[in-house]
Design a protein around this ligand. Structure first.
Ligand code: ATR
Length: 270
């Protein structure tokens, strides 16, 4: 019976067991997907043991995404670009590392906003953490002519510019709202707007019809940021889609079935 799981510290908050569990049941597949709490110091030993215990692979969450990349035997181009791994597959005694966040981001936008075209104009990305790196790489690959990045700590945005090159432009965080009117795509990758967190305090009056706006926050589904964009006529895509779509490649590799992201799944996860 194929085994897979998610390793993190903490891991209890992870929605991945629900997502994979839903698909295992829906497709009536043999298999188990298990949350595994792993201390930093134990990561290497755990990764070497999991294949011996019958695991086909694991998802990796905070704080292990960078170390998992370093411990892998083979890493995808995407992992190199993003600098972190979230999906490991064990085969022939080797660890293959991938990062499916960029795929998940694009698949979610394409499902939620079928008319979206990255090449239609520049994109604004708020935030410069791990999620931002995946989303910036996805936008550049999808053909965005320019990606504008704003981050509270400007040096982290400058770091993305150093890694991703000339199509990336850094702007000041506090005035970044001024960019919105010129953007085809706008993405919040910060935790602002999440339940229990303050909302984004940027000027959001530039949102308009024809833009596609998305958030990585999904509690609540309709963040104040998305709600403002929607009220000004933009097309909005909530953050749950990215979470669900990024799980697809791992499930397919480990359990042998390409799963659907649909309303049944969304209802089961919320
Ligand atoms: P993730 O992997 O989800 O991207 P992360 O790497 O911790 O998480 O990044 C969090 C992002 O949210 C960062 O861009 C962070 O800005 P800083 O680099 O300045 O810390 C941003 N963020 C978190 N809280 C914020 C706040 N109160 N105001 C502005 N930005 C915030």
């Amino acid at each position: 019976i194929p085994l897979a799981g998610v390793i993190g510290n903490p891991v209890a908050h992870s929605r991945s067991p629900d997502v994979h569990g839903h698909w295992l049941k829906r497709y009536d597949l043999p298999g188990h997907y298990i949350p595994l709490h792993v201390e930093d110091i134990d990561l290497e030993q755990v990764l070497r043991s999991l294949p011996q215990m019958g695991f086909a692979g694991v998802n990796v969450t905070i704080p292990h995404k960078v170390r998992a990349m370093e411990l892998a035997d083979f890493i995808s181009d995407r992992v190199t670009l993003i600098g972190a791994a979230n999906t490991l597959t064990f085969r022939d005694g080797k660890i293959y590392a991938d990062n499916t966040d960029a795929y998940g981001f694009l698949a979610s936008l394409r499902q939620g906003a079928p008319d979206w075209n990255a090449a239609a104009g520049p994109a604004l990305v708020l935030g410069a953490g791990g999620a931002s790196r995946a989303i910036v790489s996805a936008l550049l690959e999808a053909g965005a002519p320019e990606v504008v990045v704003a981050n509270r700590t400007r040096s982290k945005a400058e770091g993305l510019r150093a890694d991703f090159g000339a199509r990336l432009r850094v702007v000041e965080w506090v005035t970044s709202g001024d960019q919105i009117a010129d953007m085809a795509t706008v993405v919040n990758t910060t935790s602002l707007g999440m339940q229990g967190q303050p909302a984004l305090k940027l000027d959001l009056s530039g949102f308009k019809r024809g833009q596609v706006v998305t958030d990585i926050v999904y509690t609540p589904l309709m963040t104040p940021f998305l709600s403002e964009a929607k009220s000004r006529g933009a097309t909005v895509v909530d953050g749950l889609g990215m979470l669900l779509h990024q799980a697809v490649p791992g499930f397919e590799r480990w359990f042998g079935q390409r799963p659907e992201v649909d309303d049944d799944l969304r209802r089961a996860i919320l």
